[in-house]
Design a protein around this ligand. Structure first.
Ligand SMILES: Nc1ncnc2c1ncn2[C@@H]1O[C@H](COP(=O)(O)OP(=O)(O)O)[C@@H](O)[C@H]1O
Ligand SMILES: [Mg+2]
Length: 217
C-alpha cells in the first residue's frame, strides 16, 4: 500500500544544513497499523509531510498504491491525497463556517464518496451525535479532534496519516479516542501510519518504528 525507500531530507538553517532524514525506508501493508515514535525534533512530522506529498524529499521514493508520488505533478498529488489518503494533523484544520456535520462530510464530498448514513455512524462512534449542528468554535479541543478524525475516515481513504492526533487531550480522553480510532481503522481495513509519543498507543498497533538519528528501526 505504501512503500518508502531511502528518504532523505535536510533543512537549511542559518548557513548550516540540518540532516533530518538520512535514509528512511519502510513499508505499510493494506490494512496494517504502524506506530512511529521518536524524540521531539527527530523528523516524525517531516516523514508524514513527505508521505502525504505536502513537501518533497531531497532524495528517495514514496510509492502509494503503486504510484511513485515523486513522478507526479502537484495537481496529481493533490488528487491522490483526496482519493487515497486521510490526513489528521495536530492542527485540526476544521472549517469554521461549516457545521460539524458538514465538516465531517467535507473530505468525502471532495472525494465524491459522501455517504450520509456512514458519516452519521462515524459521528456517533466518535461521540459527536449531539454536536452535528454546532460549529467548531462551540466544541472543546477534544471534540474538534474527534471531528477531524471522523472527517478523515468518512472519505474512506486507503491510508490514514495521523500526527499525534490525541496530543491535545488528557491521557484518559486520548486513550478513549485512540481506541475508537483503532477500532474504526480495523473495521474498515484502512492502513494507518500514526505518530505517537504514547507507548501504550504504540503497542496497540500492528508494528512500531522508532526514528532516531535520521533512521528508523
Ligand atoms: N520547514 C522547516 N525549516 C527548517 N527546519 C525545519 C522545518 N521543518 C522542520 N524543521 C526541523 O526539522 C527537525 C524535525 O522536525 P519535525 O519533523 O517536525 O520533528 P518531530 O515531528 O519529530 O518533532 C526539527 O529540528 C525542526 O526544527
Ligand atoms: Mg511533529
Amino acid at each position: 500500500m505504501l512503500s518508502v525507500r531511502d528518504l532523505r531530507k535536510s533543512y537549511a538553517l542559518g548557513g548550516q544544513t540540518l540532516q533530518i532524514l538520512q535514509g528512511v525506508s519502510f513499508d505499510l501493508a493494506a490494512g496494517e497499523t504502524l506506530a512511529l515514535t521518536g524524540e521531539s525534533g527527530s523528523g516524525k512530522s517531516t516523514i508524514l509531510h513527505l508521505v502525504g506529498g505536502l513537501d518533497r524529499p531531497d532524495a528517495g521514493q514514496v510509492v502509494i498504491d503503486g504510484r511513485d508520488i515523486g513522478a507526479m505533478s502537484d495537481k496529481q498529488q493533490a488528487q491522490l491525497r483526496r482519493t487515497t489518503l486521510g490526513i489528521v494533523f495536530q492542527q485540526f484544520n476544521l472549517i469554521p463556517s461549516l457545521t460539524v456535520a458538514d465538516n465531517i462530510a467535507f473530505q468525502a464530498r471532495l472525494a465524491r464518496r459522501h455517504d450520509p448514513s456512514y458519516a452519521a455512524d462515524l459521528a456517533s462512534e466518535m461521540g459527536l451525535a449531539d454536536q452535528l449542528t454546532k460549529y467548531p468554535e462551540q466544541l472543546s479541543g477534544g471534540q474538534q479532534q474527534r471531528v477531524a478524525i471522523a472527517r478523515s475516515l468518512a472519505a474512506k481513504p486507503k491510508i490514514i496519516l495521523a500526527d499525534e492526533p490525541t496530543g491535545n487531550l488528557d491521557e484518559t480522553s486520548a486513550d478513549a479516542v485512540m481506541a475508537v480510532m483503532n477500532q474504526l481503522v480495523r473495521e474498515t481495513g484502512t492502513a494507518m501510519l500514526m505518530v505517537t509519543h504514547s507507548e501504550k498507543i504504540a503497542h496497540a498497533m500492528d508494528r512500531r518504528l522508532h526514528l532516531s538519528h535520521g533512521q528508523v528501526a
